[in-house]
Design a protein around this ligand. Structure first.
Ligand code: NAD
Length: 360
């Protein structure tokens, strides 16, 4: 059923999707007027980033430099180091090769320089589709939305994801799934974000088990990256609710791993909102091919071998009350009202890894 009123403003980068599309990187850079790109990656992907830069250098007719210092949660000191290198090199554009960490560094540099960005994602994080940047300074993570950080072009080359280790594929895929699920009941969801969200849930939940069984499954990899693109597009357009708030609080307070945390929380935050968003739940369940949304997500975690207990991710039991306090301290949009007692129940179940339970 379509809501009586909604606002829709298409936003986002130009997207090239498909096998081998990185071959078009040089043409995309030329299209954007970039002559001296700086290629960014994490240390773990330095070799492949260098291969990409070498290929690019041949196509552009001069050398492309790589800087492989990107780190999780975009630490400001790393950005400052990269900024100094960027100025020394006289780079006139950014190429991010990798997951959310490489994209984060590129966005942080774009915020400070306004340089154009081309992103080649190799995980399912979805950051490349958003105008959102999270940065860490002195242990504090802050998030901002700015058109300056919106990438100009995203090249989804499925081939680049074939080597993504199974564990990262699963947790990063579940992270994308969380964006799509939470988008289904967002305060500012619109018919198009709901269509994209439902299709993202279907594509990710169907492809991830195949990737787990065979990481080189080309069609499953294609489907998962397609789902990640859709999920990132949803994230770009709607406001996130309880799930992302809790993930932010728990990640920041206890340093829990980002993607795994999303996977462990998602069945519980979905159950919390079940009674308040029946239509969203019906569509999530339909996309998962299960009778019930929250239980379906819990079973998907088990099928994918994802750790479902926050206790196993390093959260102390004493953190349950602290997290419930932090989550209720600042009000934010969520379909179900945020009640301390109900949140304690949710967090206790998520901590011990129990099945999700709908709270009235
Ligand atoms: P990541 O970028 O840190 O990558 C995880 C690890 O996998 C890294 O060590 C990386 O080197 C390695 N890796 C990546 N692709 C690989 C490949 N194809 N083959 C082999 N190894 C590979 O993690 P992530 O989950 O992609 O991103 C998480 C970060 O993104 C967090 O900092 C999160 O806050 C941010 N994020 C931001 C947004 C946004 O809109 N701003 C959205 C989602 C995530």
């Amino acid at each position: 059923m379509v809501d009586a009123a909604f606002t829709f403003q298409p936003v986002g980068p130009r997207v090239l999707f498909g096998w081998g599309r990185r071959a078009e990187l040089a043409a995309e850079l030329q299209r954007l007027g970039i002559r001296r790109p700086l290629v960014l990656s994490t240390p773990g992907q330095a070799d492949t980033a260098q291969q990409l830069a070498a290929q690019l250098g041949t196509q552009l007719g001069h050398q492309a430099t790589t800087l492989s210092i990107a780190a999780m949660h975009t630490p400001v000191e790393v950005t400052e180091q990269a900024l100094a290198a960027l100025h020394t090199l006289g780079a006139d554009g950014l190429v991010a090769y990798g997951g959310g960490s490489s994209t984060g560094l590129s966005k942080a540099l774009a915020l400070r320089t306004d340089l154009p960005q081309v992103i080649l994602p190799t995980t399912y994080a979805g950051s490349e589709m958003t105008a959102v940047l999270g940065q860490t300074e002195n242990g504090q993570k802050t998030t901002q939305r700015s058109e300056k950080v919106q990438p100009e072009t995203v090249i989804y080359d499925v081939e680049l994801t074939l080597g993504l280790p199974v564990s990262v594929s699963m947790s990063s895929g579940l992270n994308a799934l969380a964006h799509a699920v939470e988008g289904m009941y967002a305060v500012n969801a619109n018919p198009l974000t709901s269509l994209m969200g439902e299709e993202a849930i279907r594509a990710l939940s169907q492809s991830l088990p195949h990737i787990r069984a065979n990481p080189k499954d080309r069609s499953a990899r294609t489907e998962a990256l397609y789902g990640a693109w859709l999920a990132g597009s949803v994230l770009a357009q709607v406001e996130m609710a309880l799930h992302h708030k809790l993930a932010h609080v728990l990640g920041g307070t206890f340093g829990l791993p980002h993607a795994e945390l999303h996977a462990a929380l998602l069945p519980h935050t979905t159950a919390y909102n079940a009674a308040a968003s029946p239509e969203a739940m019906r569509r999530i369940a339909r996309a998962l091919g299960t009778a019930q949304a929250a239980q379906g997500l819990y079973e998907l975690n088990q099928k994918l071998g994802i750790e479902s207990a926050l206790s196993k991710l390093g959260m102390p039991e004493s953190g349950i009350a602290q997290a419930a306090d932090l989550a209720t301290a600042q009000p934010y949009p969520n379909p179900a009202p945020l009640e301390k007692q109900a949140l304690l129940g949710l967090l206790t179940r998520a901590w011990s890894g129990e099945a999700p339970k709908e709270t009235p």
